[in-house]
Design a binder for this molecule. Structure first.
Ligand SMILES: Nc1nc2c(c(=O)[nH]1)N[C@H]1C(S)=C(S)[C@@H](COP(=O)(O)O)O[C@H]1N2
Ligand SMILES: [Mo]
Length: 191
């Protein structure tokens, strides 16, 4: 168990059983009737999905660990949602598209390499540990990217912008790393 725990905990992280809320600003409360999810940028097909259209996409369950750059980790979170690769397929990205800006209500943004979205454990989640995803944790819908620090997992997700080059999102503009791998401690850029 101890060995397992050590293999599972990235360097510099501390395990917690709690689930802290980390939001910059207020918790947005999108009304489902008005909720929209946009696929845009370097795509063959710009489109906007309603909540019902999004919920009609294939769903999966995945269990994964959270690693926050503020040094807490939380093991074995059970997520239910739509695989991110379903959205990429719908968007039909142009060959030039190699990065994605994830957008969230409240004007949050975070950048990812397009390949990172195609991993099997990456999903847009609406349930956590069997219950609805709470508003403070990004409900009705958040991105979950388990292999990167948790700031990449945009809460209140409402769009994917496909880009032909990497651009910094909100925290990345404020000093966080462009990539954010917890195993190599890509915490900050250049300091
Ligand atoms: N829209 C939005 N998404 C966000 C944030 C935010 O402020 N706004 N904070 C990020 C950061 S820094 C972290 S650590 C996690 C925190 O998620 P939690 O509050 O569910 O623990 O959400 C990320 N996603
Ligand atoms: Mo964070």
């Amino acid at each position: 168990m101890e060995a397992n725990r050590k293999d599972r905990l990235p360097p510099g992280q501390v395990l917690t059983g709690k689930w802290p809320v980390l939001t910059y600003g207020e918790t947005p409360l999108p009304v489902l009737k008005d909720w929209r999810f946009r696929l845009f940028g370097r795509v063959g097909r710009e489109r906007t999905l309603t909540w019902d259209e999004f919920m009609a996409l294939p769903k999966v369950e995945r269990t994964s660990d959270i690693h926050c750059v503020t040094r807490w980790s939380r093991f074995a979170n059970r997520w239910e949602g739509v695989p991110a690769k379903e959205l990429v397929t719908l968007a039909e990205p142009l060959p030039a598209a190699s990065f994605v800006m994830v957008h969230g209500y409240g004007d949050y943004t975070t950048n990812l390499p397009l390949e990172a979205l195609l991993e099997d454990d990456v999903l847009f989640a609406f349930k956590h540990d069997g219950g609805p995803l709470e508003p403070d944790h990004g409900g009705p819908l958040r991105l979950v990217v388990p292999r990167l620090y948790f700031w990449k997992s945009a809460k209140w997700a409402n769009g994917l912008e496909f880009m032909d080059r990497d651009r910094a999102g909100f925290w990345e503009r404020n000093g966080y790393h462009m990539h954010g791998d917890p195993w190599t401690e890509e915490r900050h850029s250049g300091w």
